[in-house]
Design a protein around this ligand. Structure first.
Ligand SMILES: *Cc1c(COP(=O)(O)O)cnc(C)c1O
Length: 381
């Protein structure tokens, strides 16, 4: 059936791939030595589109891709991407055979998992490359104690269908001004790296840096960084914005077009619950985006604004599932562009502004915008 095009509604997100490339190139310049960049494209490229983002990052010099789930890794393979991909989370041991078949690297942090997964691997394929995950203070996944690690390494020697390729850990507070906890995690990681080195010899990849670490502590990143949020041009947290060594370029913006403009008399009510009442004669416009698109209802009760003709105008009344209303200073034609996140003329509503409004972090904003909103890719380079 060919009658369904991807979108019939004028609501979309623009993804600027040139900005992603710029952010990757700039981060590479921060390191004294040659640094491998793993572009983290989990959760559909933080809502930007995993395949397109991955291609842009690889183009700009990333050499590795990171995802959270096996299905995310397979999506990249299905799109024809052949570069190394690491699944950062745990998968079911029986699915290790699928990873091996498609040359997908896996994160391993349990001896029992390794023993179980081994049963599903095949000598027909090359050995499964694994990255050993240690917990130095994040408290999420990873091995903690020396003894646990040593017994894991002893067992690994007997599993010829797995090959240790990497070692990594993850920081809990790399995006906070106060660095003592980060330092204690780093020191513990150094100890573990020493332990592994003396028992396995040097590994091809040792990595601990997320975006915040890569940007703030470039001399503490071993030979690979896992570059996520700042590849998309977003700051890991507001409090370290002044420590970011170059100006990040935001890749995500969100737009729609007005479908109706009406003149309201004083005292007319707008939207569900009639929570907004016009105080004078007002121009009210309807915009076809709502919480069904991931444009969270709370934007409206919390001072939400959008851009129309380069001016900030308020969201009025409750956001509905598919539509919302805004108040204009003067009438504009149906079809006029509305920017919910992004730039119009010299005004900008950033992802961070939207995050502040909702009391959350930058990471969550593009992830929230659902797949009902088509992503359009901008690439001039
Ligand atoms: C998501 C993730 C990253 C990327 O972190 P950013 O803060 O987005 O750069 C790195 N490592 C692991 C293990 C992750 O899960």
């Amino acid at each position: 059936m060919a009658f369904k095009q991807t979108s019939y509604r004028d609501t979309w997100a623009d993804i600027n791939l040139d900005h992603i490339k710029y952010n990757v190139r700039e981060v590479k310049k921060q390191f004294k030595q040659q640094m491998n960049v793993m572009a983290v494209v989990k959760a559909d490229g933080y809502g930007h589109g995993a395949v397109e983002t991955a291609r842009a990052a690889l183009d700009a010099g990333a050499g590795f891709l990171g995802v959270a789930l096996l299905e995310e890794a397979l999506e990249l393979r299905e799109a024809g991407i052949e570069e190394p991909v690491l699944v950062l989370g745990r998968i079911n041991p029986e699915d290790a055979k699928t990873a091996q078949k498609y040359h997908i690297r896996l994160t391993v942090f349990q001896k029992e998992w390794m023993e179980e997964a081994q049963k599903f691997l095949s000598s027909e394929f090359s050995p499964l490359p694994i990255h050993i995950k240690v917990d130095t203070g994040m408290g999420r996944i990873g091995m903690k104690e020396d003894q646990e690690i040593l017994s894991f390494l002893a067992a690994l020697e007997e599993h010829s269908l797995m090959e240790a390729e990497g070692l990594f850990t993850h920081f809990a507070t790399a995006d906070e001004k106060e660095t003592s906890y980060w330092q204690s995690q780093y020191r513990r990681f150094l100890q573990i790296a020493g332990l592994l080195n003396s028992s396995l010899g040097p590994l091809a990849y040792v990595h601990c840096g997320n975006s915040a670490t890569a940007l703030r502590f470039p001399d503490h990143c071993f030979n690979m960084v896992r570059f996520g949020i700042s590849m998309y041009g977003l700051t890991p947290s507001e409090e370290i914005t002044d420590e970011i060594p170059f100006s990040l370029k935001e890749a995500f913006s969100l737009h729609s077009r007005i479908v109706q403009v009406k003149k309201c008399a004083p005292g007319e009510n707008i939207s569900y619950g009639a929570t907004y009442t016009t105080s004078g004669e007002e121009w009210i416009a309807t915009v076809p985006i709502g919480y069904g698109d991931g444009w969270y209802r709370y934007h409206s009760s919390n001072g939400g604004e959008v851009l129309v003709n380069g001016e900030k105008v308020p969201i009025v009344g409750r956001i509905c599932m598919d539509q919302m209303m805004i108040r204009l200073k003067e009438p504009v034609p149906v079809g006029t562009k509305v920017t919910l996140i992004g730039r119009q003329k010299d005004r900008h509503i950033s992802v961070l502004d939207a995050a502040r409004r909702l009391g959350t972090i930058t990471y969550e904003i593009p992830c929230m915008i659902s797949s009902r909103v088509p992503r359009r890719y901008i690439q001039k380079e």
